[in-house]
Ligand binder design. Structure first.
Ligand SMILES: *[C@@H]1O[C@H](CO)[C@@H](O)[C@H](O)[C@H]1NC(C)=O
Ligand SMILES: *[C@@H]1O[C@H](CO)[C@@H](O)[C@H](O)[C@H]1NC(C)=O
Ligand SMILES: *[C@@H]1O[C@H](CO)[C@@H](O)[C@H](O)[C@H]1NC(C)=O
Ligand SMILES: *[C@@H]1O[C@H](CO)[C@@H](O)[C@H](O)[C@H]1NC(C)=O
Ligand SMILES: *[C@@H]1O[C@H](CO)[C@@H](O)[C@H](O)[C@H]1NC(C)=O
Length: 386
């Protein structure tokens, strides 16, 4: 099954890791907003000004540019459609999901936390702590060597808060964090760059899939609780995308273009548990702190409606080589599709800019996919009193 991975350059693997994040945003909203609605008032419309991002390559804005790792997107044609037309470290031809969320909520492009330019007043916009290749578990993405694993992303966040204390004081810092929007996207790599990375991986010998998924959600719960303790009150938690349909996976395992059932099932099981876990946490905390984004359903539905949405290619990467353009890295030597807007996938694992834009539109104003509320409703809540 994953035997082929052994023959591949480890850098190829990084693509897989990153791709997992694509999955997070558009499900069915609708009913559950009752409890939060009364808190919404026009006076608090602008409540969130800062934005914080945690997770993997689906949301990394360039932290890995500052690290010694193969999980990086800092050379062309990455960034070809970014306003500067240059690579930034985002795993996209242009903007990524955090960029579009920022545009919706009125926060400019976030700097990666490791960027030396992130200082002074710029800190007040928030920061991006994400690092391509990471997972929920510390041992995920080990082959990427120097990446910012979750405990360290959280430690940097604490450090960030200390830096902001010295700018605006402790009380205002807490308020800033309470009001801020937080996005966390992890989990995909725990499958593609851990459990299923090689045949008979350590984790797959240690755990049956359902037990592994239980371990993941348990660890994830600790991460979310830590975010809560650090003051986060509006947290978007994205599901894991249809891992078995990524061009990288199709290139390795698909006979006729069919998605790989084993990975689809793993992602479904994980997403179910994640959804239940976030609902449980909200109940325990007595407030809708965590908004679960059904990104896998957003992507599945977009794939179904691809023609209407103007996509012509749903299962092939725009940039890459080999079957489905899904092998190896996206580099200057790869095949590059002429019209990026017609592709759902930019590289073997990551959505195209246009796909990112549509995913975020669904998150912001959709009625499906967001549990228990869409982003625009979430932004209108005064979260300083939670
Ligand atoms: C929302 O309120 C309506 C009317 O009060 C009720 O029928 C519905 O069950 C509630 N939904 C939830 C998720 O609480
Ligand atoms: C919301 O933001 C806009 C634009 O920055 C500003 O004009 C407006 O006064 C703000 N509203 C509140 C309630 O803070
Ligand atoms: C920091 O900002 C300066 C001026 O805008 C820019 O030239 C430089 O490339 C930035 N540094 C990094 C690491 O992005
Ligand atoms: C992950 O690593 C951190 C930092 O080294 C450590 O504190 C934590 O206990 C580890 N988590 C697990 C589940 O082993
Ligand atoms: C978000 O959800 C709310 C509540 O269902 C709905 O009224 C609203 O139209 C949705 N979209 C926007 C942009 O607010």
């Amino acid at each position: 099954m994953y035997r082929m991975h052994n023959k591949l350059n480890p850098t190829l693997m990084y693509l897989v890791t990153l791709a997992c994040i694509l999955v997070s945003h558009l499900l069915d909203f609708g009913l559950a907003a009752n409890s939060s609605s009364p808190r919404v008032s026009p006076r608090t419309k602008n409540a969130s000004k800062a934005f914080f991002v945690f997770g993997d390559s689906l949301v990394d804005n360039g932290n890995n540019n500052f690290l010694i790792t193969s999980a990086r997107a800092d050379s062309p044609p990455y960034g070809i459609d970014y306003p500067t037309h240059r690579p930034t470290g985002r795993f996209s031809n242009g903007k990524n999901i955090p960029d579009f969320i920022g545009e919706h909520i009125g926060v400019g492009p976030l700097l990666p936390y490791l960027d030396p330019n992130l200082s002074g007043k710029k800190l007040l916009n928030g920061a991006n702590f994400a690092s391509a290749g990471v997972g929920i578990l510390n041992d995920t993405g080990m082959h990427f060597v120097d990446i910012i694993r979750m405990p360290y992303q959280l430690a940097y966040f604490e450090k960030y808060k200390e830096r902001v204390h010295s700018l605006i004081g402790k009380q205002e810092t807490e308020k800033l964090v309470n009001k801020a929007l937080v996005l966390i996207t992890i989990g995909g790599n725990d499958f593609v760059n851990n459990y299923y990375f090689v045949p008979n991986s350590l984790r797959s010998l240690q755990y049956k899939l359902p037990d592994y998924v239980t371990l993941l959600t348990k660890e994830y719960q600790n991460i979310l609780m830590k975010l809560y303790k650090l003051g986060a009150r509006k947290v978007l938690v994205t599901a894991t995308g249809p891992l078995g349909c990524a061009p990288a996976i199709l290139a390795l395992r698909s006979q006729n273009g069919e998605c790989i059932e084993e990975l689809q099932k793993a992602a479904d099981l994980y997403n179910q548990k994640l959804s239940a876990m976030t609902a449980f946490m909200n109940k325990k905390l007595g407030s809708d702190v965590f908004v679960y984004v059904e990104s896998h359903n957003i992507i599945k539905d977009m794939t179904k409606n691809s023609k209407t949405l103007g996509f012509e290619v749903t299962n092939k990467a725009c940039c890459g080589q080999g079957p489905y353009n899904g092998l190896g890295l996206c580099t200057g030597l790869s095949n590059l599709c002429p019209d990026r807007n017609k592709y759902m996938f930019w590289d073997a694992y990551h959505p195209s800019e246009r796909m990112n834009r549509l995913i975020v539109e669904e998150m912001y104003s959709g009625f499906k996919y967001m549990k228990p509320m869409n982003l625009s409703t979430l932004m209108a809540i005064d979260s300083t009193k939670i």
